[in-house]
Ligand binder design. Structure first.
Ligand code: DON
Length: 319
């Protein structure tokens, strides 16, 4: 597993190089059956486990897809990056460490202990507590205003009108007492900035937005391209925020396995329990992989490995 140091890397790749890297990773991992679907959100357990897709979108807007790249799944925690982007655009760089936090918790993504041991120090937008706090800070005075801002902005990131998987939303809304507890605990520590029940519900709906790996590649390519969607050419977020968003992704994008991810991939990434994973190669491309079976940390087994393979093959480790 030899990585190419940043100083020795190529910056441009041909279509053949992208397609070859995707094909190799897909073939190598196709038979891998490690891990298991998330089942704490009941309907996620029913998603066919063998689905496997990978997509790349370059900063020039070229798309490369392989496998089940059209299959729709719920974005889940990958949404956390894009609500962070919205809130950073709204409140500025300096507000984020104080209101939400940018440090790692070193604990599972839905940890309550992490809040309890450091109530004076906020958490991180990439874990549930920080993410619900982030959603509570999205612009809008009402539930509907906040939600409309989220779905509209996410659609701009993807370059098409996204919608919610109602079944996933209802399944999680019926079972999300833990996230509601997190929101109430944050409220008790003055770190919740909207009604905790409504903020949790908006967060749950945002996690149920339906995407495929193709959409996620465009969304992450928008981050790779300085906040401009490389397909629609629309500017979604100011360039100056991107280094800060990507730093938060590096710190906790793959939860308590973020260090291991950074060690092998060297790119900002984010995973979701729906089986999606994204990574951003700044100035080059966004990549997304989808495979429902997760490891114990909650990260897609083949999704993570696919991105390790492709990024190693192309040589895009930031370091
Ligand atoms: O809040 C939850 O538990 C889910 N809506 C999202 C969690 C998630 O995706 C963590 N990912 N690995």
């Amino acid at each position: 597993l030899t990585l190419i140091p940043a100083v020795a890397q190529k910056t441009k790749f041909t279509a053949d190089e992208y397609n070859e890297a995707l094909k190799e990773a897909h073939e190598k991992l196709l038979q891998n059956k490690d891990g298991a679907n998330a089942d704490y959100i009941p309907v996620l357990a029913e998603v066919p486990s063998d689905l496997f897709g990978i997509s790349i979108c370059t900063v020039d807007g070229e798309i490369y897809d392989i496998g089940d790249s059209e299959h729709r799944f719920s974005i889940q925690s990958i949404s956390k990056v894009f609500t962070l982007a919205m809130v950073m655009q709204r409140l500025g760089i300096r507000a984020i460490p104080d209101t939400i936090g940018v440090n790692a918790t070193g604990r599972p993504f839905n940890s309550i202990v992490a809040i309890e041991v450091q109530p004076d120090r906020p958490s991180n937008s990439c874990v549930n507590a920080g993410a619900i706090a982030t959603t509570s800070l999205v612009e809008g005075d009402t539930y509907d205003e906040k939600w409309n801002n989220i779905i509209t902005t996410f659609s701009k990131f993807a370059g098409r009108d996204l919608d919610v998987d109602q079944e996933v939303y209802e399944s999680e809304a019926a079972t999300n007492n833990r996230n509601r507890a997190i929101a109430h605990l944050l409220e008790a520590y003055n770190r919740m900035y909207f009604d905790p029940v409504e903020a949790t519900d908006i967060y749950t709906k945002q996690c149920a937005i339906s995407v495929n790996s193709h959409d996620l590649a465009v969304m992450s390519a928008t981050l790779a391209n300085g906040g401009v969607n490389p397909q629609t050419k629309e500017k979604i977020i100011d360039e100056k925020y991107l280094p800060h968003i990507m730093a938060v992704m590096c710190t906790a994008g793959l939860y308590d396995d973020s260090g291991l991810w950074l060690y092998y991939v060297g790119l900002p990434g984010k995973s979701g329990v729906g089986g999606g994973v994204i990574a951003v190669a700044p100035g080059r491309f966004g990549i997304a992989a989808f495979s429902p079976r997760l490891d114990v940390a909650g990260n897609s087994v083949r999704g993570v490995r696919a991105i390790i393979e492709v990024s190693r093959k192309l040589g895009v480790n930031l370091f």
